[in-house]
Write a protein that binds this ligand. Structure first.
Ligand code: FEO
Length: 397
């Protein structure tokens, strides 16, 4: 596809990867994706982002429809993930005088791409790139979704170049969201992108969105999928809704367990009763019957998550590991956790789960609680003590 004018002297010069069916190893993309790049022409010329390696020639040809590569003054790197930085090396080979500008935090990443820091400038929040007749204002948006991420606001045309923010994986003939075929549910695609890529960073997103409130935005131009020229703020407002702190004002401790013969379940229910008496909401969930989406919601809504696993063959069971992996798909920052379980002879499962959670930077109670096979009255009274320790652990801040 050729370059497309999106505003006065502003052009889309990206490429369409229509056949992509899995993005970043983990994300199915039934409509393919685009790698959007933009050219902004004032007296000087800025190119915003490159594209994935493999699409370089098409990308460079799109740019050359508008301007010779040698006329580009700046390459603005919104973040350095290879789907957007994959053509930098070839671009610089052909136009070696281009100045690269990026967030301060991105400098080291760009250096790692180029293995050089020539012509490389790291920018602070609200820095300007003056092009003469066009001005890009930098908005640093760390962890949307990499630490090096930034956006730019083009005041003259009221365009926000939002990087991966507000993006969707869709590569059709249309370039604007309002031109999509009726059967495409764009809200769903933007939400799916948020859910898969952005959701682990909602606490950062809340802070970053505040920076956009002062801007009069008429068009949002993300790095994947359609651009938004009508109701440009629609998806910014949706991001606000999707990134609320779900645990705020909720005194909830979610309990998840797997139990073959009901022994770990007995402990789960005893902990629930105890913590409920201590003033917590305590939803109890059998991991093997709990929907993944519901489990993610419960993790986000809770101050702490208490996980019960039996031990099979010296390990926690697979459904428990699958559940633990969900922590890296949501914003679990600041959450607390503890583990418990019934076991027959060795009982390593609980400690292995605790160690994994600690490795994910969750604050974990140092000692799991374990009972041998059917919990005895003595062991149940130890569950009561353990529950009190959990309550103290959560309340200590
Ligand atoms: Fe589209 Fe984070 O790269």
């Amino acid at each position: 596809m050729s370059a497309v004018k999106i505003a006065d002297n502003v052009y889309w010069v990206g490429v369409k990867d229509r056949d992509l069916r899995v993005f970043d190893i983990i994300m199915p993309t039934r409509y393919g994706t685009t790698y959007n790049a933009y050219l902004v022409k004032g007296e000087k010329v800025a190119l915003i982002d490159t594209v994935k390696k493999g699409f370089t020639e098409e990308y460079l040809a799109n740019i050359e429809e508008i301007t010779p590569l040698s006329a580009i003054d700046y390459l603005v790197v919104n973040h350095t993930e290879p789907d957007h930085s994959g053509s930098i090396i070839e671009l610089l080979k052909r136009a070696p005088n281009i100045q690269i500008v990026c967030a301060l935090a991105a400098k080291i990443f760009v250096q790692n791409v180029l293995n050089s820091d020539n012509n490389l400038t790291g920018l602070k929040d609200n820095a300007f790139i003056e092009l003469g007749g066009k001005t890009l204002t930098i908005k640093l948006t760390p962890y949307m979704h990499w630490p090096d991420t930034m956006m730019e606001y083009l005041a003259e045309d009221k365009v926000l170049f939002s990087g991966d923010g507000f993006a969707a994986h869709y590569a059709g003939d249309a370039i604007y969201g309002d031109e999509l075929p009726g059967e495409i549910d764009l809200d769903h695609e933007v939400h799916y992108y948020f859910d898969t890529i952005m959701r682990p960073f909602t606490s950062h997103i809340r802070k970053n969105l505040v920076k956009l409130e002062e801007l009069d935005i008429k068009m949002v131009a993300p790095s994947h999928g359609p651009l938004f020229r009508n109701q440009a703020n629609r998806y910014i407002n949706m991001y606000k809704d999707w990134s609320v702190d779900k645990a705020e004002g909720k005194n909830q401790v979610a309990i998840f367990y797997a139990s073959s013969y009901g022994n770990t379940k007995i402990i789960a229910e005893r902990i629930s009763t105890n913590l409920n008496r201590a003033g917590f909401l305590t939803p109890v969930n059998d991991i093997t019957a709990c929907d993944k989406m519901k489990a993610r919601e419960l993790i986000e809504e809770s101050k702490a998550v208490i996980i019960g696993t039996p031990t099979f063959n010296g390990d926690a069971v697979k459904p428990v590991w699958d559940f633990v992996n969900l922590f890296s798909t949501v914003d679990a920052k600041g959450k607390k956790a503890a583990t418990f379980g019934s076991y027959g002879w060795s009982g390593e499962g609980t400690k292995l789960v605790s160690d994994r959670l600690a490795g994910m930077k969750i604050k974990v109670m140092p000692e799991p609680f374990r009972a041998k096979l059917v919990p005895s009255e003595k062991e149940l009274s130890e569950v009561d003590r353990f529950s009190g320790e959990i309550a103290n652990f959560i309340n200590e801040g």
